[in-house]
Design a protein around this ligand. Structure first.
Ligand SMILES: Cc1cc2nc3c(=O)[nH]c(=O)nc-3n(C[C@H](O)[C@H](O)[C@H](O)COP(=O)(O)O)c2cc1C
Length: 203
């Protein structure tokens, strides 16, 4: 049975556009995969710490040589990586915050981008180690940018440093973009159809 990892980042709870979209996406996924597992992680409540010197040193120490303190420093990272590896597909709700991804998502990326765990350096550059997975990124923004209204996606791509080493090489990515509607009701109505349509189109 396949597993879906559902990650939300918006701090806005019920008022969040991206949360409505990811919820509808997951609903469509459940319908298409009855009995499958859905694991959810709410990064707005996860309290993920920023990387510090201990974490970095531990991550570059071979697993067998790590001290108890170093193992503890990597525990959350180990859990998040295990969660990601266990999922066949991941869906991310990604609101634009100050022309970038939410800081909480960046903290999550820092925790899962681990040398010899999720990527390794080769002569050609960094190579991702999680293969055969797919991910859908549902981006929401207040403004419309660029000729096709997709600056949120462009910015997301530019500002996710792990993209090249992890997302780009390992994942078949799908980017959906939703500009927030000025009218909440219309927004709700519209958000219903977008992920389901996209889900059908990509599946
Ligand atoms: C702190 C914050 C910063 C934001 N920065 C931007 C921005 O730089 N550009 C933009 O188009 N919208 C920005 N917005 C608007 C959000 O992207 C928009 O409301 C979107 O729907 C948020 O997704 P959510 O409803 O899932 O939280 C910002 C909103 C917040 C709360």
């Amino acid at each position: 049975m396949p597993t879906l990892l559902h990650i939300d980042t918006s701090p806005l709870g019920d008022r969040s556009v991206s949360r409505h979209l990811t919820a509808a996406y997951t609903e469509a996924w459940r319908t298409a995969n009855p009995g499958a597992t859905v694991v959810t992680r709410d990064l707005s409540k996860a309290a993920i710490p920023a990387l510090d010197a201990d974490w970095i040193q531990a991550s570059y120490t071979p697993a067998g040589a790590r001290t108890t303190k170093q193992q503890a420093a990597l525990r959350l990272s180990d859990d998040l990586i295990a969660e990601l590896k266990a999922a066949d597909h991941s869906v991310f709700g990604v609101p634009m915050h100050n022309f970038s991804i939410p800081a909480t998502l960046k903290l999550w990326i820092d925790q899962i981008a681990r040398v010899e765990e999720t990527f390794r350096y080769e002569e050609s550059g960094p190579v991702g180690l999680i293969t055969g997975k797919t991910a859908t990124f549902i981006a929401s923004s207040g403004g419309t940018y660029g000729p096709r209204g997709c600056l949120a996606v462009v910015e997301l791509r530019r500002t996710v440093p792990a993209r090249r080493i992890w997302f780009h090489r390992c994942y078949r990515r799908r980017f959906l973009n939703r500009r927030r509607s000025r009218c909440a009701d219309v927004g709700r109505h519209r958000t219903r159809s977008l992920p389901q349509t996209a889900y059908r189109r990509h599946s």
